[in-house]
Design a binder for this molecule. Structure first.
Ligand code: HEM
Length: 345
């Protein structure tokens, strides 16, 4: 019997839970992994938003294709109304909970409600900000963790070295927590190396030139849409040694910034539109990788050699793996550390 699992299914659910807890302070999934009705609606709205966004982008780039999307405006309006109705219901739960408990909790929705008067935030602004976090944070993080896990399955020596570090720092009697991050430099380098080779948005997000400029000898006319190929820059042999190899050690030798200050490595973009969730994304990645590696050994599906894992990207603004990662997870800690722990959110 094939004991392998489709990692993406679990990694997407994990990211979904993290982001909804951060943004709404809420899990839509119970501890058996069953999603409630509100969660299902939520997921469908996120998926629909991505589909509509993609058709809009296509119509923008190839204007004569617009005829293919006659229902676009109608579909957008319907999508917006559905999204607002759901957000309204969730926000009402927050307002009620705040009235009951008399205080705000540590999540983005509550933080916005606290600041609502000070910054004169209308419902539109609050709903927009909440959904920005969800659409920008969910897929990007899920894409990053799947690629990182694929590299670890392909590179058992790197995986073993990370596990040795985790065992040394955390041991076998407790699970990792955020306070361990600073003592796990190799794990941090793995996250960085994964983002170098596999930036989740390889062409960043489209930017528009608001003035005519000359860059590297090329004229960029005002109004052009500009895409920056950060994927290619991060594999450029002129600036990286052995660029195609997964070598986290390179970042132990040289501490390269990845939050917009070193143009060799720009998974989060740079400048005034740089990703505001960069540190959060990095922390989520380190946390997920740390738990997954401390708890399990990861090997390729039966009959598959490490070098046979398909490392091609699926085309799109967000580049998932073309073939979802299939892997076998073997527990490596005492059984009591695998119990689900309810947490106050
Ligand atoms: C590994 C995870 C992530 C990656 C690789 C990533 C990458 C990016 C990139 C490349 C951009 C565009 C930057 C530019 O155009 O210069 C961006 C924008 C953005 N990201 Fe992230 N991101 C990640 C996680 C997150 C998270 C967790 C959040 C929030 C919960 C978030 C929120 C945003 C927002 C709101 C924007 C738009 C900013 C603007 O247009 O001003 N991201 N992200």
């Amino acid at each position: 019997m094939d004991k392998s699992l489709q990692a993406r299914k679990y990694l997407v659910a994990l990211t979904f839970n993290h982001i909804t807890r951060l943004v709404f302070g809420k899990r839509f999934m119970n501890y058996e992994g069953i999603m409630d009705e509100q969660g299902k609606e939520f997921k469908a709205i996120v998926a629909n938003g991505i589909k509509l966004g993609a058709s809009l982008a296509m119509a923008e780039h190839i204007p004569w294709l617009r005829w293919m999307f006659p229902l676009e405006e109608e579909a957008f309006a319907k999508h917006g109304a559905q999204r607002d109705r759901l957000t309204q219901a969730i926000m009402e739960e927050h307002i009620l909970a705040r009235q009951k408990s008399g205080g705000a909790k540590q999540n983005f929705a509550d933080a916005l409600l606290t600041l609502q008067d000070k910054y004169d935030l209308g419902d539109d602004a609050i709903f927009g900000l909440l959904w920005d976090m969800i659409t920008a944070g969910m897929d990007t993080t899920a894409i990053a963790i799947e690629w990182a896990m694929a590299e670890l399955v392909r590179n058992p020596k790197v995986q073993k070295k990370a596990q040795e570090e985790l065992d040394r720092v955390i041991g076998f009697e407790r699970v990792m927590s955020e306070t361990d991050f600073s003592n796990l430099p190799y794990l941090q380098s793995i996250a960085k190396e994964a983002l170098r080779l596999h930036p989740p948005t390889p062409l960043m997000l489209p930017h528009r030139a608001n003035a005519t400029v000359k860059i590297g000898g090329y004229n960029i006319p005002k109004g052009s849409t500009v895409l920056v190929n950060v994927w290619a820059v991060a594999r450029d042999p002129a600036v990286w040694k052995d660029p195609e190899d997964f070598l986290p050690e390179r970042f132990l030798e040289e501490d390269v910034d990845m939050k917009g200050h070193d143009f060799r490595l720009l998974p989060f973009g740079a400048g005034r539109r740089v990703c505001p969730g960069a540190q959060l994304g990095i922390n989520l990645l380190i946390s997920m990788l740390g738990h997954l590696l401390h708890h399990f050994c990861w090997t390729p599906a039966e009959g598959v050699k490490a070098e046979e894992i398909d490392m091609h990207e699926n085309p799109g603004l967000g580049a998932y793996m073309r073939t979802p990662l299939q892997a076998i997870a073997t527990p490596r800690l005492p059984s009591h550390l695998y119990k689900r722990v309810a947490s106050d959110i």
